[in-house]
Design a protein around this ligand. Structure first.
Ligand code: C2E
Ligand code: CA
Ligand code: CA
Length: 790
């Protein structure tokens, strides 16, 4: 249950004077009580009064004085203080008149005018309590009033049993003045005590500083006073002195409360706990039932029975109210801890639950899951599809967990799993199980979507027993898993060092995209039969303000992870097509190849946008070629086919990049509108020293041709490979042996040199040396030039 402690500060019109309010009134009160106690030890006065007159005056009037001082202290602005002062005054007046009467020998006059003062005390004190409660009630729920009422009624029912003989006899007697007093007195006293109990049990009330003093004071006073008056009525005087002492103590306590209540600048609330909510009705119900049970055994007054009945009814109402409040609280609590979309526990729930479990210091694991490229699903297929994907992901994940494991959605595409009682091996096994559960594609709106996930794992207590720390470590491990595409990764301390750097790079990357810091270098593709250059591949670089020129391997993973690939592809396409238009205008119609990442697959509008971009520059569609990886083809075959068909229908040529590294079968490729295969450099580079590698390349070229596809060899680094490729009938070649990727100006020079040399040696088609392909030293120069220009 939640507990709240509210500290309400009220100036109460005290201003800054409250701090300097002297302590002497308080000392005076307690001194008067001491004097009174000592006075009681003196022999009784001859007049038969239980308390000597002068002592009674000290006892009655010192509290009055203190109360009025306090009331004036706050300019009589606190009604309850003024009423309490008036109540004590009424009592003092009544008592003084009684003392005067007894000392003058008119003792048989009881009930006398003194009784009016006594009764007035109760009426005024009840009014003071009412003012106190009403002042507190502003803005509080009605249940507080009901609590108070039910407490009062329960107490009244019990008191009515105790007072039964008096109530009954008074009711039966003749309606004399004495009988009226005999009934009114215990009833008023009962009402006061009941009110005190009601206030004490109402959890929502703030009664100001020292409220217990008031409650005790009133109880003590009332008990002694009622006993005293009843004794007087019955002509008894035996316990007079002791009861006088009780009245004195009660008055001093009440006056101390009054004094204290104007002394403290603010009111301090009681602790209200959920358990308290049902306390008052529970106690009242027990009390009322007790009264009814007693009523079956001994005769009790009808008033007591009636009060018990009403108490039960009101207590039932209150319980009903409390129940509703609790249900509402429970609802709110549940809502606060549940993720709206998936119905799974949310981050708050994780924080509510896990710290306690970590405190046990049993081996436990925290897994942080982050879907790969979810943002692109959202961006291209819409939030609705994204949401439904998340729901399904949540369902698949929870199906894998045991009871006792906690799965929470932290927000976005981030989930957390807390495994109690799990060591490293179990955690890794669960991670593998979760990944396997998501590996199968999801079908949403007829589209098969892949939701790969990267999982970071942190272990407790080894790597911390604080949830925040574990979350941070799991997060770092998760990024590690993402970057390495390893699926999952268990945190090790070195993972820590890269977190900040990663964040900074991400920020810089956004700036780079916005402020045009990305540049393209172009690597020529050479036609191996004619030696001509018909096309180039555009390769992106980042001109970093501090770190210099960065190559794709330094930032592409981050671009993917941050969901910026969309944007980057757009930027690269714009630049590449602009450049293609420039070349075309200069009479050099080169085809520019642009790389598409696998995540482009989720972008259904991409084909139309690309076609429009080409058209907008007045370029023929043959000016652009798109290089896609096998990963792109295999992620979702149907979507890949749809996108490629649309592009191809628009006239754009397509190449399969890094061919041979993936799992696409040639049979599958045959059915796609593909123009070119780019044999991965891992096959080409070993060709020079490895005959088997060369034979493999040869048969692959052959196969491609049999399917009507052009073959391009990547990574041609030396003359041996070059010659072998020529002899095996490879169509195109690309590689450092021919040229690195170059900035436009250098490439233009390189192309011009080539053209001139081709003119010089018109009949030497196949040998690269005859084309004047730059040797190693010349390449070093190009490299130096390249660095200088970027
Ligand atoms: P890729 O598409 O396979 O591009 C060819 C990579 O091989 C380029 O590296 C190129 O510089 C390098 N290369 C060229 N000739 C040789 C050679 O003879 N030997 C060796 N060892 N390597 C050679 P780069 O520019 O670092 O690009 C790396 C990868 O980054 C590219 O591989 C491509 O997958 C990706 N990439 C580059 N630009 C873009 C882009 O604009 N968009 C996307 N989505 N990916 C890009
Ligand atoms: Ca490529
Ligand atoms: Ca490649």
């Amino acid at each position: 249950m939640q507990s709240t402690t509210r500290v309400a500060r009220r100036s109460g019109g005290l201003g800054d004077r409250s701090g300097s309010w002297p302590l002497w009134p308080r000392w005076l009160l307690w001194a008067s009580l001491g004097v009174f106690a000592l006075g009681l030890l003196l022999p009784a006065s001859p007049a038969g009064s239980p308390v000597p007159g002068w002592l009674a005056i000290i006892r009655d009037w010192v509290p009055v004085l203190v109360c009025w001082l306090a009331a004036s202290r706050v300019g009589f602005r606190r009604v309850q203080v003024t009423l309490a002062a008036a109540a004590l005054t009424a009592f003092a007046l009544g008592n003084s008149s009684y003392s005067a009467a007894t000392s003058s020998g008119m003792d048989s006059q009881f009930p006398s005018t003194a009784v009016v003062g006594y009764l007035a005390f109760y009426v005024l004190m009840l009014a003071a309590l009412a003012a106190l409660v009403l002042r507190q009630l502003g803005g509080r729920p009605s249940s507080v009033l009901v609590d108070s009422a039910v407490g009062s009624l329960g107490a009244a029912a019990v008191l009515a049993v105790l007072l039964s003989p008096i109530l009954d006899s008074a009711a039966r007697g003749a309606p004399s003045a004495a009988a009226v007093v005999g009934v009114a007195y215990p009833l008023l006293a009962m009402a006061l005590v009941a009110a005190v109990v009601g206030i004490a049990v109402a959890p929502g009330l703030q009664l100001g500083h020292g409220w217990l003093l008031l409650l005790c004071g009133l109880l003590v006073f009332t008990a002694a006073d009622v006993a005293f008056v009843l004794m007087e009525l019955g002509g008894e005087t035996a316990l007079g002195a002791a009861l006088g002492g009780g009245r004195a103590l009660g008055l001093v306590l009440v006056a101390t409360w009054v004094d204290g209540s104007v002394r403290s600048a603010g009111t301090v609330s009681r602790r209200v706990t959920g358990a308290w909510t049902l306390m008052a009705p529970a106690f009242a119900t027990v009390a009322a039932l007790g009264v009814l049970v007693v009523g079956t055994q001994v005769p009790v007054s009808a008033t007591a029975i009636a009060l018990a009945g009403v108490t039960l009814v009101v207590a039932a109402v209150r319980t009903h109210l409390a129940f509703h409040e609790l249900v509402k609280m429970g609802d709110l609590r549940r809502q606060a801890l549940t993720d709206d979309l998936t119905g799974l526990p949310n981050r708050r729930a994780l924080y509510a639950d896990v710290p306690e479990r970590l405190a046990a210091r049993r081996p436990a694991a925290l897994l942080l899951l982050d879907l790969d490229r979810f943002k692109e699903v959202n961006d291209s297929l819409g939030h609705d599809v994204g949401d439904r994907l998340l729901i399904q992901v949540g369902e698949r994940l929870s199906a894998q967990l045991r009871t006792g494991d906690l799965l929470a959605r932290l927000g976005g595409d981030e989930f957390a799993v807390f495994l109690d009682n799990a060591r490293r091996d179990q955690a890794v096994a669960v991670a593998a199980k979760l990944r396997a559960a998501l590996a199968e594609s999801f079908t949403l709106e007829g589209i098969a979507l892949q939701a790969d996930v990267s999982i970071g794992i942190a272990l407790s207590p080894d790597q911390g027993d604080d949830l925040k720390v574990l979350l941070r470590k799991a997060d770092m491990a998760m990024y590690k898993a993402k970057a390495a595409r390893s699926g999952h990764h268990v945190y090790v301390s070195v993972d820590n060092s890269h977190g900040d750097e990663r964040l900074r790079t991400l920020q810089e990357l956004r700036v780079a995209l916005r402020d045009n810091h990305l540049v393209l270098h172009y690597q020529p593709k050479i036609d191996l039969t004619s030696g001509a250059v018909h096309g180039v591949e555009a390769l992106v670089r980042w001109r970093h303000p501090v770190r210099g020129l960065l190559y794709p391997e330094a930032f592409l993973v981050l671009v993917e992870e941050a969901g910026l690939m969309h944007w980057m592809t757009e930027v690269v396409l714009e630049k590449a097509l602009d450049q293609a238009a420039v070349w075309r205008a200069a009479g050099q119609p080169l085809t520019v190849a642009v790389n598409l990442s696998a995540s482009s697959l989720v972008d259904a509008d991409l084909p139309q946008r690309i076609i429009a971009m080409v058209a907008a520059r007045g370029l023929p569609t043959s000016a652009l070629m798109l290089e896609i990886t096998e990963e792109f083809l295999m992620a979702d075959r149907e979507r890949a086919r749809a996108i490629l068909t649309e592009l191809s229908a628009g006239g754009i040529r397509l190449a399969v990049d890094d061919f041979g590294t993936g799992y696409s079968s040639l049979a599958y490729l045959r059915d796609l509108p593909i123009d070119e295969l780019k044999l991965d450099r891992s096959f080409v580079i070993p060709m020079a020293g490895d005959r088997r590698a060369a034979a493999l390349v040869a048969s692959t070229i052959h196969l491609a041709h049999s399917l009507g596809l052009r073959m391009v060899a990547e990574g041609v680094e030396d003359a041996t490979a070059y010659d072998a490729l020529v002899s095996h009938g490879c169509d195109h070649a690309q590689g450092f042996f021919l040229s690195k990727a170059l900035p436009v100006e250098i490439l233009d020079d390189w192309l011009e040199d080539r053209r001139l040399q081709a003119l010089d040696t018109p009949n030497s088609a196949a040998s690269p040396a005859q084309f004047g392909i730059p040797g190693p030293s010349a390449r070093a120069t190009i490299e130096a030039q390249t660095r200088a220009t970027v």
